[in-house]
Ligand binder design. Structure first.
Ligand SMILES: [Zn+2]
Length: 161
């Protein structure tokens, strides 16, 4: 379990700079694609991983894009390759919730395999984009050696421009 100190530093860890322009771009895209989910990646420079520098929009290749999302593997591959030789890094992903719920779902938590990854969720309805939420997935391993329980939860991040 974490001590207080790391919890406090976690607070500033969860201030995410996300420009209004980029945020609006993702929200417009999400609204446009309702009732399907949109998805993509959040890119930052390695020096300032809490400042989203750009977003990469991906095709949602899920079988049922109204219920879930799956980032086009080609986009994943290309983006990983592009950042490998640059000063950038993939810090998170985004997707929309066409049911209007801004909270991460249980499925989201199960799929959040990369500790510290950011998850931006845009709630959408037939009238457009609603609330947006930025979350960071935290993986915790229990201290009890025979417990083996892994806990993971989303921390809500504070967005600043
Ligand atoms: Zn979701």
């Amino acid at each position: 379990m974490k001590d207080r100190g790391s919890e406090n530093s976690g607070q500033s860890q969860n201030q995410i700079v996300f420009s209004a322009r980029l945020h609006q771009e993702v929200r417009d895209l999400a609204a446009l694609h309702w009732p399907e989910e949109v998805c993509g990646l959040l890119i930052a420079s390695k020096d300032s991983p809490n400042r989203i520098g750009r977003v990469v929009v991906a095709r949602n290749v899920a079988d049922d894009p109204q219920k879930t999302f799956e980032i086009d593997p080609q986009t994943l591959f290309d983006t990983h390759r592009a950042v490998r030789t640059s000063n950038e890094t993939i810090v998170g992903c985004f997707h929309s919730h066409p049911n209007g719920n801004v909270l991460p779902s249980n499925t989201d938590r199960e799929r959040a395999d990369e500790d510290g990854f950011l998850w931006l969720i845009i709630a959408t309805t037939h009238t457009g984009a609603g609330a947006s939420g930025m979350y960071r997935i935290v993986h915790q391993t229990s201290d009890a050696p025979d417990d083996g329980a892994n806990i993971r939860y989303f921390q809500r991040c504070k967005l600043t421009e």
